[in-house]
Design a protein around this ligand. Structure first.
Ligand SMILES: [Zn+2]
Length: 68
């Protein structure tokens, strides 16, 4: 089965032999993913340090040895 690479529109074989399908190469895959990310999809904003300090950090809590 042949498909056109969404990025460069080169004809590529759509098979399990091609780990980048439907792209022709890793480069084209990354380019497409980059455009997808920049096309208005909102990426969750990472919490700032202020957010961590204002509440309990569950990771910090778990790693704290309980010595009484
Ligand atoms: Zn391509």
């Amino acid at each position: 089965m042949k498909v056109n690479c969404p990025t460069c529109e080169k004809s590529v074989t759509y098979s399990t032999d091609n780990p980048y399908r439907p792209f022709c190469s890793e480069r084209c895959k990354l380019i497409d993913l980059g455009e997808w990310a920049s096309e208005g999809y909102k990426v969750p904003v990472e919490p700032t340090l202020d957010d961590y300090s204002s509440g309990m950090d569950p990771n910090e809590f778990e790693h704290t040895p309980t010595r009484h």
